[in-house]
Write a protein that binds this ligand. Structure first.
Ligand SMILES: Nc1ncnc2c1ncn2[C@@H]1O[C@H](COP(=O)(O)OP(=O)(O)OP(=O)(O)O)[C@@H](O)[C@H]1O
Length: 412
């Protein structure tokens, strides 16, 4: 089965018109652009086929159906206050495609947007068909408003962390933690044998590194605090598969608790040293370490609040219609609930579109998917979420035009 390739740049007018040149028109299993017209009812896709240089030019115009005057996407796109969208779910279900298509759609709707991948197995570069590696902000070409992407590499950062940790005297750790924007923590905890503490990294540290990134300019805290990021009104996270994401989300709590304990210890040590020093008549050297730690703790609380703030943050679960993926999504939703992370939507990706001429394989597959969709409807964790069904399409979703096409189907 040969995949059609997308060769043309997108049309960028406000009617969400997408123009594709397709080599082959459709396959049996996935939705062809023509089938999209009848399958996913709240968007009407009016298609016209032109002959141009021997290829078919297909124009897709999407118009909101009257019954959906206020759509889910209207809600997501409205307002210039910054919003964070975190997309997560089981490996391979389409998190990156959905996150990238959402970012493109935000940018095409006037939002300067940043899309960040915290998945160790990055596929943002593949998804945008552009090299985004290197751990710095890279401009994505194509959308109407600025769209930047950032791939954070936790594996590499962890290696840096370990080798830094093995250096003598703790300066390596200090340099590395400085790079992560946590240098202050090292300075203040120098006498508490931080090296030993860091030698046995607590759960969630990988994610701390991933999220704070080797360059402090790109840590989540920086996104919150630095003026230069004020321009981004939408930040979309393509998160790592479920387990990593949960650890990441519980991290602010973990750090909060750890810093709380360290603070108490620090205060005890400070009062003990000051008692000794006063006996020997030395000047009291109680530094403001405790204050600094308190400030760090407050910043961590800010991050935690961000994850839990229903006004600014939403975690979108992405799944596919299989029993295994649905079961995992249900567990993810339960864990997110426990963490008080707001979840409203469930994207069910790769749903077979209706067809009057199913082959045996397609009919079986459809039956399977119907069972999984029913499972979602009766699942106590998932049934309350808004279900967004995204069709299995017959083109590989790569590059801005394809992402724009997917975005116009999924995010309505
Ligand atoms: N609706 C769809 N129709 C057809 N193909 C799709 C669809 N959604 C995603 N894909 C394809 O599925 C593959 C996996 O998608 P993607 O990389 O977005 O998943 P992921 O969940 O981010 O994966 P990972 O967990 O490995 O990062 C890609 O080749 C992508 O093009």
């Amino acid at each position: 089965m040969s995949s059609p390739s997308i060769l043309s740049p997108p049309s960028t007018n406000s009617m969400a018109m997408t123009s594709f040149f397709l080599h082959s028109p459709k396959t049996h299993m996935g939705i062809s652009l023509r089938e999209a017209k009848t399958s996913f009812s709240s968007t009407f896709l009016s298609l016209s086929v032109n002959r141009k240089q021997g290829r078919k030019s297909l124009q897709v115009r999407s118009v909101a159906a009257p019954s959906e005057a206020i759509t889910e996407f209207d809600d997501m796109v409205s307002g210039t206050k910054r919003k964070y969208y975190m997309l997560g779910g089981k490996g391979g279900v389409g998190k990156t495609s959905c996150a990238a298509s959402l970012a493109v759609k935000f940018a095409n709707n006037g939002h300067p947007t940043l899309v960040v991948s915290t998945d160790p197995a990055h596929s943002l570069s593949d998804s945008f068909a552009q090299d985004l590696a290197g751990g710095t902000l890279v401009a994505v070409e194509g959308p109407n408003s600025p769209l930047y992407a950032l791939e954070i590499n936790p594996e590499k950062a962890r290696e840096e962390f370990r080798s830094a940790n093995q250096k003598n005297g703790g300066s390596g750790i200090k340099d590395f933690m400085d790079g992560m924007g946590l240098g202050m923590l090292v300075e203040q905890l120098g006498e508490l044998k931080l090296g030993e503490l860091l030698d046995t990294p607590p759960p969630g540290l990988d994610e701390a590194i991933a999220i704070s990134k080797a360059r402090k300019d790109y840590s989540v805290i920086q996104f919150l605090e630095q003026e230069q990021y004020n321009t981004f009104t939408r930040i979309v996270f393509d998160t790592a598969p479920t387990g990593h994401t949960l650890r990441l989300l519980s991290l602010p709590d973990f750090l909060d608790a750890s810093i709380g304990k360290i603070l108490k210890l620090k205060e005890k040590i400070a009062s003990a040293t000051s008692a000794i020093k006063s006996v020997f008549g030395q000047e009291q050297t109680q530094d403001n370490a405790a204050d600094k730690l308190k400030r760090l703790r407050e910043r961590m609380i800010k991050v935690r609040e961000l994850f839990r703030d229903t006004d600014s943050t939403e975690f979108v679960i992405v799944t596919i219609p299989t029993v295994m993926a649905v079961s995992e999504s249900s567990r993810l939703r339960a864990s997110l609930k426990k963490e008080n992370v707001p979840v409203k939507k469930l994207v069910v990706n790769q749903v077979l579109p209706p067809s009057s001429s199913d082959c045996k394989f397609c009919a079986m597959k459809r039956k399977d998917q119907t069972r999984a969709l029913d499972m979602i409807r009766s699942d106590p964790e998932l049934s309350g979420l808004t279900m967004i069904q995204a069709p299995l399409v017959d083109v590989e979703i790569r590059g801005v035009p394809a992402l724009q096409f997917l975005g116009d189907i999924v995010w309505r």
